[in-house]
Design a protein. Structure first.
Length: 286
């Protein structure tokens, strides 16, 4: 694996593979790697061809400056993990490469960026995500890019972005990787206070309680979500949002009739965690 920091170096490192007609894959990340990231890198390397992992803590998508400051960083460890996961190139640019002086463009995906995370973090968050992903796609020009279902709204937004702007990239969304107790892996988990780390798996237990209710025949979202709210209340968690929404528009559903996204966000001290599951009602017999 080689480590590159500039767009010029990146392009020249990719040119050979592209010239040979090998496919190029991209895994965009903000570093502080865990098994979730590693699963995406393995998928990318299984594609064959050249796999690029980008590591860039994107200031434009942080609505809270202290969240950006606290964000865990360990590039040397990340480089080892990326190499072990089969990455060919680790692209870790400084902020000045991505946002040179005078930078003044942005990409906005309306609609799906507005609810849930958009409502809590403001429009700048997903504008920052869409802009940096567009830039990374232009820098790397991948054939395929890998994202995690853990950030379901982000994945949906990127699918929309690629479709709306005719980007020649296949978007693959990979399953959420969890700790043994169900907590979705996140770079922010290491920032949790010990007591909060113990309570945090209740997020996933709440999601699975909704899943069970729906599988058991509950179609009304309020009733299904109530099963999860009981779990949260027991753990002393008041979520920022806990919603049953359309997988297409992210608008709240009035009845759970087809595949539905159950999304949750909660604060544990200064640390915000998000998670989600896809639920579907049991097939009707006969
Ligand atoms: P991040 O570094 O948090 O921006 O994440 C980089 C990529 O890894 C994004 O596509 C995330 O959705 C994905 N990701 C983060 N956590 C997980 C997880 N627990 N399981 C699967 N993918 C994940």
């Amino acid at each position: 694996m080689i480590l590159v920091r500039t767009i010029v170096e990146l392009r020249s490192a990719i040119a050979g593979a592209r010239g040979r007609g090998s496919p190029v894959s991209l895994v965009p990340t903000m570093g502080a790697f865990h098994e979730g990231h590693v699963s995406l890198m393995r998928r990318a390397s299984e594609e064959g061809g050249l796999s690029v992992v980008s590591l860039f803590v994107n200031p434009a998508q942080f609505n809270d400056p202290s969240d950006l400051e606290r964000y865990p960083r360990d590039e040397a460890r990340d480089a080892r993990l990326a190499e072990d996961a089969g990455a060919d190139i680790l692209f870790a640019p400084p902020v000045s490469q991505v946002y040179p002086p005078g930078f003044s463009s942005s990409v906005e995906v309306r609609g799906v960026s507005a609810p849930l995370e958009g409502a809590v973090r403001g429009v700048e968050h997903f504008r920052g995500v869409a802009t940096v992903v567009t830039k990374l796609f232009n820098m790397v020009q991948p054939d395929v890019a890998f994202f995690g279902q853990k950030d379901a709204q982000q994945a949906l937004l990127i699918r929309r972005l690629v479709r709306d702007l005719d980007m020649p990239v296949r978007v693959e969304v990979c399953p959420t990787v969890r700790e043994g107790d169900g907590l979705a892996m996140s770079s922010r988990n290491v920032l949790l206070a010990p007591g909060d780390r113990e309570r945090a798996p209740a997020l996933y237990r709440a999601l699975t309680a909704v899943e069970r209710a729906v599988a058991g025949g509950v179609h009304h979202p309020d009733e299904a979500l109530a099963a999860g709210t009981r779990v949260l209340t027991e753990a002393g968690i008041v979520p920022e949002y806990f919603a049953a929404v359309s997988t297409d528009t992210l608008a709240p559903v009035r009845r759970i009739t087809g595949e539905t996204l159950i999304a949750i966000a909660a604060r544990f001290g200064a640390v915000r965690l998000i998670d989600n599951v896809l639920v579907r009602p049991a097939e009707r017999r006969g």
